[in-house]
Design a binder for this molecule. Structure first.
Ligand code: COA
Length: 196
């Protein structure tokens, strides 16, 4: 194996939650989180469906694990400290030319009964901290539908900067088009603001 192969970090713990890559066996926790959150997720998460079976959820976490090990995509679960409950999901998604470009997009959803309590903001801050100290990211972005007030506020409170608006960026099922905000955070700026 090449010496330069990237071994992705796998886990970041805070006093409130753990962010880690999914593992085989996490399927039931994922199914519980998404099945109790459908109404909360359906407006902005295009993949949301009323029911996800245990088999489908297990298949998903295994696929994410495989892609993680292959450095294709880094989907991360947000777990309670005892890891018995999945609080949501995040990830460093390679949508900005990927690993070599050292840029990634942070995605996130928080389960319905844990949302609106400051968790999303805390997870975003943890992702930026982890991303700019342990991971090699130089640029991290957050993209959100302009109608998604919770997501926009999370990016703002998390300390990301609004770069601009992509007009008529995404087509809805009713044929209308939505504008999207683009936020970013840069490694150098993050260190200037956060290093002692
Ligand atoms: C967006 C999301 C991840 C934020 O996580 P969260 O834990 O709810 O966020 P926080 O509790 O840290 O709140 C952050 C800000 O959003 C606001 N907020 C939370 N839920 C809100 C809602 N339903 N409507 C409007 N604002 C909302 C909070 O009030 C807070 O802003 P404030 O301090 O000005 O009051 C979460 O609401 C979610 O999973 N939404 C559905 C999926 C989604 O849209 N993901 C983002 C895709 S870009």
């Amino acid at each position: 194996m090449s010496q330069s192969y990237f071994f992705a970090p796998e886990r970041w713990a805070t006093s409130r939650f753990i962010v880690r890559c999914y593992r085989p066996g996490d399927g039931p926790l994922l199914a519980d989180a998404v099945n109790t959150s459908y109404e909360h997720l359906k407006s902005f998460m295009v993949w949301a469906q009323p029911h996800t079976s245990l088999e489908d959820a297990e298949q998903l976490v295994r696929r994410w694990r495989a892609r993680y090990l292959m450095n294709s995509e880094f989907v991360l679960g947000i777990f309670s400290s005892d890891e018995r409950r999945l609080l949501g999901s995040s990830g460093f998604h390679l949508r900005e030319e990927g690993l070599e470009n050292r840029a990634a997009e942070i995605g996130m959803w928080i389960r319905a009964d844990a949302a609106g309590q400051g968790l999303g903001t805390a997870v975003l801050q943890a992702m930026l901290h982890w991303g700019f100290t342990v991971w090699p990211w130089e640029r991290l972005v957050w993209r959100c539908n302009c109608r998604n007030d919770a997501s926009r506020r999370t990016a703002e409170k998390g300390g990301m900067m609004l770069e601009g608006t992509f007009r008529a960026y995404e087509r809805r099922s009713d044929g209308k088009r939505d504008d999207f905000f683009y936020f970013s955070a840069l490694r150098e700026e993050w260190h200037m603001a956060n290093d002692e």
